[in-house]
Structure formats: C-alpha cells, structure tokens
Design a protein around this ligand. Structure first.
Ligand code: WTA
Length: 627
C-alpha cells in the first residue's frame, strides 16, 4: 500500500477520495504549484453532509453520535438524527444573522454539544469557523477575532472547570470592546448564572430558534479547496498564525487515516480527550469520527474532577472502544497510582492512542498495562496543526505490526517523511536530524491566513521543495521513527503548543519588565515547563510579589497555560557580541544541566563567553532560589 502510494500518489488518493460523498467529482486530483498544493480541484462537497446527512439516510439515523458528559454530572445523548436537526437549526440561526459563505465565525465555548454542532453548522453554509480554546484570555480572543475579521462570535454564559464556572461571556465582552469588526455575540445557555448583557449586540441562541418549526438548510456545495476552518497555533516568531485548512483534502485525508490508525467503524465509541479548541479536537472529535458515523464521547471538565478516576468511570459508563489522549495525562494518572483505573471495568477498550508530545517508554508501559490491560495496541500518532491529520503512526487498521514504546513507527501511506541534516541531506539510521516531508499530502494546510509570506518562510524556505516540520527526529536500524521534540522555539506545555516569542511579547508588556527571555526546562509531567529570565527596569526591585504580578499578567494576556513555573530575576541577559540572547546558556541553567557540547553552539558566542555567562548566571539563579 505504501509503495503504491509513493509510486502513484494521485491514483492512490483518488481511490481514497471515492469513499466520501461528492456532489461533483474532481477534475484534477492534485494541483501542485509549490509551495501550494490544491487537492481534488473542481470537486464539490460539504463537510456537514459528510459528517451528518450521509448517516441519517441509513440505519445510523437512530444511532448515537455524541455522548456528552458535563463536569457537573449532567449528561446528554445525541443521535445522528438529533445532530442533523440541530445542525440545521443552528445553520438557520447563523443565516438569520446574515452569515453566509466565506464569512468567518469565531467560537469560544466550553466542551458542550453545541460546539461541534456549530462547527458543522458553519460548514453547512460555507462559513469558515475559527475555534478559540476556552482557556485563552480576552486578549487572545481579541487577537484572533481581529486577525480573521470575524463579525460573529459564539460563546456560552459559562463552562465548568474543576467545580468552578469560567465566565466565558464576560471574557468575550472584554475582548469585544477592542474588536471593531465584531457585530454579534450568540450566547448558549450552559450554567444559567447571571451575565452582563448588551441589548442589540448579544443574542441568546434560543431566541434564534423556534422549537416547533421545521428546519432544513440546504448545504452549500463548496469547492474542495474552500476553507473549512482557520485555527491559530504558535510558531517560532511573532503572533500565533492562522492555519487554514481546506474541505476536500482535509476530509479525505482524515477519513482515511482514522481507518488505518484507529480502525474506526460506525459501531466504535471513540473518545478523544483533547479540547475542541486544538487541532486534535477538530480532527479527532469532530470531522474524522463523525465522517465514519462513529459515536464520540465529549467530556466538559477536568480529568481528575471530582475524583481521580473520572476518566475511567466515563470509559466504563459509555463502553469506550478507543481512547486517544496525551502523554501528560498518562503521566499525571501514573503519579496517582494504578488503584484508580483498577476500580473500573475497562474491557470495552480495544485501542489506545497518544498525541501531542513524545511519549516516554515508562508512561507507554503504564498505559499499556494499566489502561489497555496488555490487550490494546498503543498508536503513538505524530502530526501537527499544519498537517491536519496523522503523518507517522502505527496502523493497526491495516495490519498487525510490532510496536516499540516511544516510537511513532512509520510514515503512513502517502507520507514521504525523511530525517535530514542542516543541508537537507538524508541522514543514516541512528542520527538525529530535522524531520521533513517531501511530497504534499491531502491534509496539508492551504496557507497561513492573510500571510502567504510567512507560510513560505515558516515551512518551505529552510529545506527548499520540502515541508519543514520544526521537529527533531531519528530513524533506527529498522526504519522506525523516533520523534525527539521541537527544533525551534516552540514549547509543548502539557501537549499544548505555545511559542516563546508569544510569551516574551506578553511578558515585556508588564510595566516593571525591561527585558525577558523565555526558555523551557523538562518537566516530569507536563513535558516542558516555562522558565522566565527577567531583567527589571531601573528602580524596580525583585520580589515574590513582583513574580506573582508577572505571572498574573501572563495569565491575563495569554491564558492560564502561560503560567511560568519559574521566574529568575537577573542583572543582565547573557548575550553574544551581536546582541543575540544565548538561549542555550539559559536553558542549561534553567534545567540545572551542564552546558554540554559547545562546539555546535548556535548562538554565535565563543565557548569562553558562553561558559562565563553560564557560571555567572548559575550563581545568580542559585542566590535567587535561596532568597
Ligand atoms: C509534537 C498536535 C512526539 C511535535 C497534534 C509536533 C509529537 C507538535 C507527537 C505539533 C508525537 C505531536 N510524538 N511529538 N506523537 N504528536 N507532537 O500543532 O513537536 O499542537 O510538531 O499538533 O507536537 O503540535 P500541534
């Protein structure tokens, strides 16, 4: 299959594409004009038809689409026919507000069924959704709304997290005050608490719908290359970039890879624990499982609330067959002990998945033994927001294969991955290098929204002709791929992606801060932890109170995931003569390591300079710690 996909990629992907419902078949499988790939051009389809309408025409009409579990114990079960009715009702609500094909709609919502339903409703009328993770701050909401020029944002009165209510509507109000493009706010009722209201701008979802009316909104038959969504993610520099995904290629790719990797079927109960606000939620909660007519589990709250075994309870309750989660979550549960999963009947599980960061063999083994009970293969899926779907992963849906804990195994059919040195030369087994993809694939992003130059620079300039992933990798003698973390300034905090550049620009806006450098240090549970090195403005004194203020400032500007784990106040920042911050030095100090091999120092500092800076900084940071 792999060989066929490499030798005849267009024929191969055309065969896959035929598994979907097309209103009109494509004229051309691939239009590749580097660096832009356009898939199934001339073809027309609709994502909501693919995920919902197709099913209600079959026996799946009465089967479960969504098992929803609220953190506070509320539950709802939606069949495909209910989902179909809701998608149509919500689509009609959007139309009532004048939303049409090509308009951008922002979603800032808790994990409730209305979130996927609204995504599908947008897709139904050809509107382009941009989901904003509900843990982000007002500033982050505003940045994203501004960048897309969205006229409408959909939110809820609140959402539950660890027993508390997150005041989503209030955060949106704050954001709205500096978002001139925003005309309307649709509010979904979730918690029922009192919220501020702006008559004329704010609309309850319920007021846009009449329960007795019949709704049918004709799906907009969009071009295969029509954007399905924009999702913001962090890069090496600047603000988060809006990754644009298309309709046809994205859906074909995801439909196929979920069969190969997860062996997903209409009778599967699939639970991806990610938030819909990340790409994993887009592909693994909404578009891929629903396109297969599977049932998804959607859980609103924290993994350990009200008790450590909440997840294991959910698996038992809904008979989950496939669990897809992150190494961070596994490590967290590992720390609490195997007695928690042991209390539950997890025999419904057939397959386990991991995503977001490298999984360490110890966590892999714990997952395999205590959750899969040594019966379930673990698929370690490597992919990115930009790739749309899985790229390197075991494929138990195709054939049984030996797994190696910690390795994502092999590239999927159609994926031409390679590990190269700085000159782009392919490396032999056992050597660490940069992971690149040499051929376009249907899930590949269409562009960076509003910034084609950044698209070109971020992905296609480092190794001309190939897609640069920003990851380190190594192949072993058996051809297995080992993913070795980011090669750039992007951090993975509990599997969540955030750039040091973003954190730095947020910190620098705190009035006491003169200069800042953000680095990561390895964290046993979260993968990366955030460490700040800060120099203060004249007259400012280092103190614990100031540390708290800076932390709060970061939470307000970015969101709670930006909370620093450590803040060091330093007199001067170690820099090279050309003024570049010596990040390797900072990183070594932050992780309590030695400087390591200095001959490959990337920051143009002489070995002596770096050593001196390292020793100085170590002394200051130790003093800091004692204080
Ligand atoms: C990392 C998440 C090792 C990687 C789907 C990548 C992984 C970044 C794995 C993308 C894995 C994701 N093993 N590392 N199985 N999966 N990564 O865009 O560094 O949030 O570049 O997409 O996560 O993060 P993103």
């Amino acid at each position: 299959m792999y060989r066929h996909s490499m030798d005849n990629p267009e024929e191969f992907w055309a065969e896959e594409a035929r598994k979907l419902h097309w209103d009109k078949t494509w004229d051309k499988v691939l239009d590749w004009q580097p660096p832009y790939a356009r898939w199934f051009t001339g073809g027309r389809l609709n994502a909501s038809v693919q995920c919902v309408d197709r099913h209600v025409k079959t026996w799946r009409k009465s089967k479960v689409a969504i098992y929803w579990e609220g953190e506070n114990g509320e539950t709802r079960v939606l069949s495909y026919s209910t989902l179909y009715r809701d998608v149509n009702r919500f689509a009609s609500a959007l139309q009532k507000l004048g939303i049409k094909k090509g308009d951008k709609v922002a979603l800032y919502m808790p994990m409730i069924p209305e979130l996927p339903t609204f995504m599908l409703a947008c897709a139904r009328i050809g509107a382009i959704h941009t989901v904003i993770f509900s843990g982000f701050s007002a500033q982050a909401v505003c940045d994203r709304v501004q960048d897309t020029g969205a006229r409408l944002i959909i939110t809820a009165d609140g959402g539950y997290r660890r027993g508390k209510i997150i005041p989503l509507k209030e955060i949106v109000d704050q954001a709205a005050s500096s978002c001139p493009t925003l005309e309307k706010i649709i509010v979904v009722k979730r918690t029922g608490q009192k919220i501020p209201w702006n008559e004329g701008r704010d609309v309850w979802l319920s007021s846009l719908m009449d329960d007795n009316a019949e709704y049918y909104v004709k799906p907009e038959s969009v071009e295969s290359t029509h954007p399905l969504y924009i999702l913001y993610t962090s890069g090496t520099t600047g603000k988060p970039k809006g990754i644009v995904h298309g309709t046809g290629g994205y859906l074909v790719f995801n439909h196929s890879v979920y069969q190969w990797v997860f062996d997903i079927k209409e009778e599967s109960v699939f639970w991806c624990t990610a938030d819909v606000g990340w790409v994993t939620g887009h592909s693994a909660i909404v578009y891929a499982p629903l396109s297969h007519g599977a049932a998804i589990v959607l859980y609103e709250g924290a993994p350990d609330y009200p008790a450590i075994d909440r997840w294991w309870d959910i698996i038992e309750k809904y008979g989950v067959n496939i669990l897809y989660t992150s190494p961070t979550a596994i490590r967290m549960f590992m720390r609490h002990g195997k007695e928690w999963p042991e209390k539950h009947d997890l025999s419904s599980l057939e397959l386990l998945g991991s995503v977001g960061e490298p999984i360490n063999p110890e966590a892999w083994q714990w997952y395999y033994r205590n959750i899969g009970r040594e019966r379930c293969p673990i698929v370690d899926t490597w992919w990115q927001t930009e790739t749309g779907g899985f790229m390197i992963s075991p494929t138990p849906g195709i054939e049984a294969m030996p797994l190696k804990p910690g390795s994502a195994t092999h590239p999927l059919p159609g994926i031409d991955a390679s590990v190269v040195d700085t000159d782009g030369k392919e490396l032999p087994p056992g050597q660490k290098g940069y992971l690149i993809i040499r051929k376009p694939w249907p899930g590949m992003l269409l562009d960076i929204y509003g910034n084609p130059q950044r698209y070109q620079e971020a992905f296609w300039s480092r190794f001309p002709g190939s897609f640069y992933t920003g990851d380190f990798a190594m192949r072993d003698e058996d051809g297995y791929f080992w993913l070795l973390g980011r090669a750039d300034e992007v951090l993975k905090i509990a599997g969540h992606r955030i750039g040091t550049a973003e954190l730095e620009s947020a910190t620098i806006s705190q009035p006491a801060v003169a200069e800042v450098a953000v680095v990561s240090r390895p964290d046993e549970i979260k993968g990366d932890a955030i460490v700040l090195f800060v120099t203060l403005k004249k007259g400012q004194q280092p103190s614990d109170a100031l540390k708290k203020e800076i932390t709060q400032h970061l939470r307000n500007t970015v969101g709670s995931i930006a909370s620093p784990d450590e803040i060091y106040f330093v007199e001067t920042m170690p820099k090279t003569r050309s003024g570049k911050i010596m990040r390797r030095v900072l990183k070594a100090v932050a992780s309590g390591q030695t400087l390591g091999d200095l001959t490959t120092l990337e920051d143009e500092a002489s070995v002596e300079e770096a050593k001196r800076a390292f020793e100085d900084l170590k002394k200051t940071s130790e003093k800091n710690k004692q204080a």
